[in-house]
Design a protein around this ligand. Structure first.
Ligand code: PLP
Length: 399
């Protein structure tokens, strides 16, 4: 086996990983996944499996159905569409950024008719536009509204509960779908209470697991739509899954990930408590925003999100001043200080870098990351007001 030459000098200490997905994996979760292979029908595993399903439903705040797949989030996106809709069906997708656009692209490729409600990525879509589109659809041509709860590319959130209120108000029967891949386990999501019919989640963001499985929660209404749906499907087919003991997974179950999931759920639900998980995310997010707002002095980088009500508690996108390359800052932060941040996606490439503050993170990790980024800004010759980290410390000390 040839030795792979390291891409950069070996750095001691921890890599500070501030990408918005995948995220840090707690040591206890890592250790829990280190298991020998076992039969996925072994009763010892089935007990763990059943406990995981129950725990995951608690995180989704649902008592309805859950289907899981050996796939990244994209697989659950596809499953949500092909299980409930038929070729040519019309779906409405409020634009939030790269991820709404990618889901729309997938829906089109799968033969659905897509209306992407275009919106400013920085401000977030106005709810009135969604209302207008649904109210105008008196023939109920629209079969589903697909919302990205947390737009990971822009660092914005979309209030899914308000979309439910609009559907109820205009008495529109469309399915409400929500992508919760980067919000689940970071800030509040309530599948049943908010009347979400299909919600999409993945393992490697707020759930603090390795990449490898994704899932969809499905309401009774979604199950009825499933029975009527004629879209071709097989690997993601819920009916195929219902016939199996696990009621998920067409094929081999990724057993070791479930031992990790069991531990991650224990950390979230039992040890820390979901409400404390959310308040920790809110506290760290607020500190990051305070820091970036400070940097914006001297024509420095600024918050990409211009609407404080929509600011994400999972990830902050930072917009570079004109003429400065975000990739240069990221490269310095990584190579000099062993701090990894997310790059700009799609049309934001080079213009934005992203600080992920979701999952297994605490105050000193966030401060370390912000300190490294602030040094990288200086080294890259990017104008900014010094002292952003102090602003973050002030924010953390007061909350
Ligand atoms: C990461 C992400 C996805 C895609 O998930 P993969 O696991 O990369 O396939 C979809 N939507 C959102 C909001 C995401 O953050």
């Amino acid at each position: 086996m040839p030795q792979v030459k390291p891409a950069r000098p070996v750095a001691r200490g921890r890599l500070f990983f501030a990408n918005p997905g995948p995220t840090n994996i707690p040591d206890s979760v890592l250790l829990a996944t280190a298991r020998a292979s076992m039969d996925f029908n072994d009763p010892a595993f089935l007990a763990v499996y059943d406990a995981c399903v129950e725990g995951l439903k608690k995180v989704l705040k649902t008592k309805q159905h859950l289907f899981m797949y050996t796939a990244s989030g994209h697989g659950a996106w596809e499953a949500s569409l092909v299980n409930t809709l038929s070729s040519g069906d019309h779906v409405l997708i409020p634009e939030t950024g790269h991820f709404s656009d990618s889901w729309a692209k997938m829906a089109k490729a799968l033969g659905l008719r897509v209306t992407l409600l275009e919106a400013d990525w920085r401000r977030g879509i106005e709810m009135a536009r969604i209302r207008e589109a649904l109210a105008a659809d008196t023939s109920h041509d629209i079969k589903a509204v697909c919302c990205v709860h947390n737009e990971t590319a822009a660092g914005t959130r979309l209030p899914v509960e308000q979309v439910r209120a609009i559907l109820d108000e205009v008495k529109h029967p469309a399915l409400l779908m929500a992508d919760t891949i980067s919000s689940l386990g970071c800030f509040d999501f309530r599948m049943d209470e908010w009347g979400v019919d299909v919600c999409v989640g993945g393992s490697q963001k707020g759930l603090m697991l390795p990449t490898g499985f994704s899932f969809t929660g499905a309401s009774e209404k979604a199950m009825a739509a499933h029975r009527a749906s004629k879209h071709p499907r097989h690997y993601f087919d819920w009916t195929e899954m219902l016939a199996r003991r696990q009621k998920s997974f067409v094929g081999t179950v990724p057993v070791t990930l479930f031992y990790g999931l069991q531990e991650a759920l224990r950390l979230m639900l039992d040890e820390e408590g979901l409400d404390n998980v959310f308040s920790r995310h809110a506290r760290l997010a607020k500190a990051v925003r305070a820091c970036v707002n400070h940097w914006s002095g001297n024509n420095g980088p600024q918050l990409f999100c211009q609407n404080p009500e929509r600011a994400s508690d999972s990830v902050t996108a930072v917009l570079m001043p004109e003429g400065h390359d975000a990739e240069k800052v990221r490269k310095i932060a990584l190579e000099r200080f062993n701090v990894s941040t997310g790059g700009g996606l799609n049309k934001l490439g080079g213009k934005v870098f992203r600080i992920g503050h979701l999952g297994d993170l605490n105050e000193p990790m966030i401060l370390g990351t912000l300190g490294a980024v602030e040094m990288a800004l200086s080294l890259a010759g990017v104008p900014h007001a010094k002292g952003g980290v102090q602003a973050a410390m002030d924010s953390l000390a007061s909350s």
